[in-house]
Write a protein of this length. Structure first.
Length: 491
């Protein structure tokens, strides 16, 4: 049995699988709410992730035992929200709340990096331009604004790697996660001495690097006492949530693409070689599987858009009730458009100051129109990444849906229509935790490779064909004009 741990934004989820890929048990624990002391700020307490992880791991093991699965866990791997900046002192103690992936305060630091190194030069060294989301820009903000904290830093980790530290006592990071720090030479899969020197950030702060399925640590006596796992259990490096999620959906071969809607939305394509976008609109990262890479575009406010709409305007409705209302509205929402820029935007605009908006409201617009417009607007934003894929010659011959967008029949159909391509649903889409569990099993040779693990455990369920592609193409053309118009208003 193999354990996958997903340290997400809203909570930690743990699943236990067997060699057939069957989920034997699972358990989740919520995190404390994101702290946002100022507009655009987003912080979480790393120790709260560890609290939730202990609850979720123990709960999963208890559920497994209750179901008769009492064999020892063979191996563990972690995944989780990417780009977070966890700053620790020499004793491994947290120095301040972590700046997480959606924090937008560091645009001045990103501008400084792009200026002193050069945007194109930075892309050549680490495959990506400086953006506010990346770990390095967060460190630079702390250096500028909280120097006393910065001077105490001895270790820098990402969220799931902090939880592993508490479980094992070992500092480690995988290649895929490290790609999102802006400190990794993505092409050569090693820390970038060049960026470290240019940014005056000590490379010694960053931990040893491992491939996703590589065993990098073992459960310590303290970790065992806290979680119920057995001391000495191997722990694989794992991957960030997007890399692990892609493994869990079988996105390994060129041409295979996933479109996943969680809090954020991601379109993820596997590539045999590192493929660089000269303008930096796409992220180019190492994949969770050794020897391959991936490109991805990110919509910051994907599932977040629907949650915002529900909690702000329709708290009395369930999500199922809202989507049932939306299903009665014709494709293209009678002209209503949603720009999903609640937390700025990454792909393709690279603009932390972008703002969300509904456009096209009339006296006939109903709550159902607003819901459908949100579902369509998120899909339009994800289509922007497919547009870039075509521009850069990145194939997309197979599209697999994941996250909340796959669990909603209406949102799945909308995506097929907006992408104008059949979309595939899996028999059981268990998210990043499932991919982490596959990496854990590969690390102890349950399967000879990550690809073999996917082949043995991932089963397609059905394919959804486009039905309203023409209407969506016309609406998408209008959506493409939204951002420039909104930018002009903001200016």
């Amino acid at each position: 049995m193999f354990l996958g741990i997903d340290v997400g934004t809203g909570g930690t989820r743990v699943i236990l699988i067997d060699r057939s890929g069957s989920v034997l048990a699972s358990h989740s624990a919520a995190h404390a709410d994101i702290s946002s002391p100022q507009i655009g700020w987003a912080e979480q307490d790393p120790e709260d992730w560890w609290r939730a992880a202990k609850i979720a791991i123990a709960g999963c093991l208890k559920a497994a035992a209750a179901a008769g699965h009492t064999a020892p866990v063979e191996s563990v791997a972690l995944t989780g929200q990417m780009h977070g900046c966890v700053m620790l002192d020499s004793g491994g103690q947290v120095l301040r709340p972590a700046l997480i992936w959606c924090d937008q305060r560091t645009q001045p630091q990103a501008d400084w990096l792009n200026r002193i190194i050069g945007r194109e030069e930075l892309i050549q060294h680490v495959a990506n331009p400086a953006l506010p989301n990346f770990t390095l820009t967060k460190l630079l903000w702390v250096r500028e604004h909280e120097r006393s904290t910065y001077d105490k830093i001895a270790h820098v980790l990402c969220p799931k790697d902090f939880v592993r530290l508490r479980m094992t006592g070992e500092y480690a990071m995988d290649m895929q996660e490290a790609s999102g720090t802006l400190m990794l030479d993505v092409v050569h899969r090693r820390w970038s001495d060049f960026v470290a020197v240019a940014s005056y950030v000590p490379i010694r702060w960053f931990p040893p690097l491992f491939e996703g399925p590589e065993i990098c640590a073992r459960i310590s006596a303290e970790g065992a006492a806290a979680t119920g796992l057995t001391a000495g259990t191997p722990v694989a490096a794992g991957a960030g949530d997007q890399g692990a999620g892609a493994v869990g959906m079988g996105i390994l071969a060129p041409g295979s693409v996933s479109a996943t809607i969680g809090t954020s939305g991601v379109v993820f394509a596997a590539t045999a070689e590192p493929t660089l976008d000269p303008l930096g609109r796409l992220h180019t990262f190492c994949h969770a599987a050794p020897g391959i890479w991936h490109v991805m575009g990110v919509t910051n406010g994907a599932g977040l858009s629907l949650r915002y709409l529900k909690e702000t305007f329709f708290p009395e409705f369930s999500y199922d009730e809202l989507t049932a209302l939306a299903a009665a509205v014709p494709p293209a929402s009678d002209g209503l458009l949603w720009a999903p820029y609640l937390f700025g935007e990454r792909t393709p605009h690279l603009d932390p100051n972008a703002r969300a908006a509904f456009v096209g409201i009339t006296a006939s617009t109903t709550k159902a129109h607003f819901v459908r417009a949100v579902l369509e607007g998120v899909a339009f934003s994800l289509r922007d990444t497919f547009t870039l894929f075509r521009e850069l010659g990145i194939p997309a011959t197979r599209i697999v849906l994941g996250g909340g967008g796959a669990r909603s029949p209406l949102w799945s159909q909308i995506q097929a229509d907006v992408y104008n391509h059949p979309v595939e649903l899996l028999e059981a889409e268990e998210g990043a935790a499932f991919g982490a569990a596959l990496l854990a099993g590969t690390g102890v040779n349950a399967w000879p490779s990550v690809a073999a693990a996917c082949e043995a455990t991932i089963r397609p369920a059905r394919t959804i064909a486009p039905q309203h592609a023409a209407a969506m193409a016309e609406a998408y053309a209008r959506f493409r004009r939204l951002y420039p118009a909104l930018k002009a208003v903001e200016a």
